[in-house]
Design a binder for this molecule. Sequence first.
Ligand code: EPZ
Length: 421
Amino acid sequence: MDKFIITGGKELSGSVSVSGAKNSSLALMPASLLATGVSILNNTPILNDVFTMIKLLKHLGSEINFQDERLEINTNKINKFTAPYEHVKKMRASVYVLGPLLARFGKAEVSLPGGCAWGPRPVNLHLEAMKKLGAEIDLKDGYIIAEAKQLQGAKINFDISSVGATGNAMMAAVLAKGISVINNAANEPEITQLAEFLIKMGAKINGVGTNKIEIQGVEELKPAEIKTIPDRIESGTLLIAAAMTKGKIKLTDTSPGHLEAVLLKLEDCGCKIVRKENEIIIDAKNTELKPISITTSIYPGFPTDMQAQWTALMSLIDGVSTVTDTIYFDRFKHVPELNRLGGKIELDRNTAVITGVKKLKGAKVMSTDLRASASLVLAGLAAEGTTEVLRVYHLDRGYQKIEEKLKSLGANIERVESKEY
Ligand code: EPZ
């Protein structure tokens, strides 16, 4: 089990390229099941979650070739329709195979996702959408047993906006008979890219990028090729690293438009931001930052995947600010660990109340989940002395070599083998 050893206090500078978006890859990969042949996903990030999805697709019978961020998925020999617990428990996004398997093969057995570091993270909206499209859904021994000779187009109205349920519904509806309309659809950039990929495969979709998606089912789809969009959460995380160390950095191969809510908050707090087509420059040198409160919301609002990182930033800014998560009410496992570094953060239901401190002091801290771990690394970059972040396998799920990226910006961070866990 690896850990990071970070010596804080280094002002970050320089330029770094952002990797492809994890949450786009995790939708595009199962979408390839909808066609027979070889689909190609370029700029696929080299992450543990991508390897978990590769294992699941191989289990189903796909042949995979993954070299230098180019992922080839050959679906000519799909011969299984089950997503076993051993895969799904590692990664909730495995449930994304439900829609494509049902649409293409008329059956799917998918384990219900296990728990998460925070949750519950139900899949009821996914199942209701499949039922609306005519699938028989049973729950047996912790598995979703789904059958549908032929899915029928339907109106799907999501009570709440769900990225995953929107993705699954789209991937099922594209091969259903007739027209489907998805109301209150999520329009995160990753869902927009999934729709674009499905259209490249021959799907007929209107309303891409809006909250109302209309799909005219087709007989069959063909394999396609696409370049994965940049990871907006990795971009935001690196920008906060620069803000916390009062540095100035440039992100390349990124999409400023996909994280405007975060950029605006960074500007409110006093950082200078320059937006270029595929670049973002942040300058926090010699800047007295101001405490700025945030409340997470669905896209294009402030993303829940960025609230732990924002909490780390606010912990070092003089004054009081709040971070409220309206998507996941208990996604605050990072708070006790940030407090061990000297943070002064109190929890009031789904709001963290942060009183900025002059300095954080390095300590040994424990990763609990992907974004919580990121916030601990960020705090370590700014803390006095040495911070050890244990269980960095959580980070490796969603950040491609984050320590290499930070090191290239001047951070003093090393990955070492650790017997501790
Ligand atoms: C996606 O998860 C992302 N994961 C998450 O990123 C992200 O935090 C989340 O969207 C919200 O933006 C991937 O894309 C692989 P949701 P997803 O369905 O699809 C409730 C990361 O750190 N809900 O949009 O699972 C749910 O409990 C990960 O990269 C139901 O009630 O999220 C939550 O409160 C973490 N029933 C809200 O909807 C359902 O059937 C939004 O969840 C589904 C969801």
